[in-house]
Write a protein that binds this ligand. Structure first.
Ligand code: GDP
Length: 288
């Protein structure tokens, strides 16, 4: 279904760039979309990050289902990561990131202080697929405290370190790490949330996925949004699409109804939603 080709060469290059820069940081901020915490990851993310300490940042929590976000935070903590849900757009809970980072790096900070270093530095890199909110997070965290140029050993000359505060310094991700959008289900999730361009997936497929998902998982919100009754809800998915299409004045132009469902989902017409829960079979970001 996806029309974008997966070029192993590009992937390897991005991965090498990231791994090279990772050597310069103490830990990673792995940014994901709270609505699709696993679908919005690069398939090799765990391999790339390796044993570096990590904070899983579930961004866009304002759009996600709060109950499911809690489940994801617990899930990632269970894997041994720090995890936090934030809303970078509205600057909610962002200031928890430096706090968590200092907790994660407490041993290093103590060691530096014991050596007489008055302002110990800890360094992190933001990693994530496009659109999860990396730039928004960085810009808000650094509040224009830009640029500490590193010209000390082990630090590339002219490396731009972005200062979040006196202790935490940040690096932007050097390359583009793509999601696994050659996987149908992942592609549909990313398309529905607007994480990948609409041109990549056909709206009838994504709209039908939305219809199926919302009627199953957020039925009350879906019913209310489209004024459906019990009889309507007894229809098959296909018949419900036809019914909705007619009801909304699109006659037999089902693609327009599919587009409408996608639009409405993104606008929050069915409320806050999360498309996957921990333990779903299709979620394993490291599955090949
Ligand atoms: P990047 O490609 O990872 O750097 O992502 P951007 O920072 O450019 O963000 C992608 C889009 O998501 C932009 O339109 C942002 O305004 C939006 N965005 C970022 N963070 C949030 C958030 O927490 N909530 C919501 N609702 N939108 C966000």
């Amino acid at each position: 279904m996806a029309t974008i080709q997966w070029f192993p060469g590009h992937m390897a290059k991005a991965r090498n760039q990231v791994q090279e820069k990772l050597k310069q940081v103490d830990f990673v901020l792995e940014i994901v979309d709270a609505r699709t915490p696993e679908a919005s990851r690069n398939p090799m993310m765990n391999e790339i990050i390796g044993a570096k300490p990590r904070i899983m940042v579930l961004n866009k929590q304002d759009l996600a289902d709060p109950e499911k976000t809690k489940q994801w935070v617990t899930y990632y903590q269970g894997l041994g990561y720090e995890a936090i849900a934030i809303d970078a757009q509205h600057a909610k809970r962002l200031n928890q990131i430096p706090t968590l980072g200092k907790r994660l790096m407490a041993a290093k900070i103590t060691k530096q202080k014991s050596r007489g270093i008055r302002n110990p530095a800890i360094r992190a890199m933001c990693i994530g697929i496009p659109n999860v909110g990396k730039s928004t997070i960085l810009n808000r965290l650094i509040k224009k405290n830009v640029a500490v140029t590193g010209n000390r050993p082990g630090v590339t000359k002219n490396q731009q370190w972005l200062k979040a505060d006196e202790t935490l310094q940040l690096l932007d991700t050097p390359g583009i790490l793509w999601p696994k959008f050659d996987d149908d289900l992942i592609g549909k999730k990313l398309a529905l949330t607007g994480a990948i361009a609409d041109s990549v997936y056909s709206e009838d497929v994504v709209g039908m996925y939305g219809l199926q998902f919302f009627r199953e998982h957020y039925q009350e919100a879906f019913r209310r949004a489209y004024g459906l009754n019990a009889q309507d809800l007894a229809l098959s998915d296909g018949d419900l699409m036809i019914h909705l299409s007619q009801k909304n004045g699109f006659a037999d132009n089902y693609n327009r109804m599919a587009e409408r469902i996608i639009f409405d989902a993104r606008q929050g017409k069915f409320g806050r939603f999360t498309l996957e829960v921990p333990g779903d079979d299709a979620n394993d970001a490291d599955a090949e």
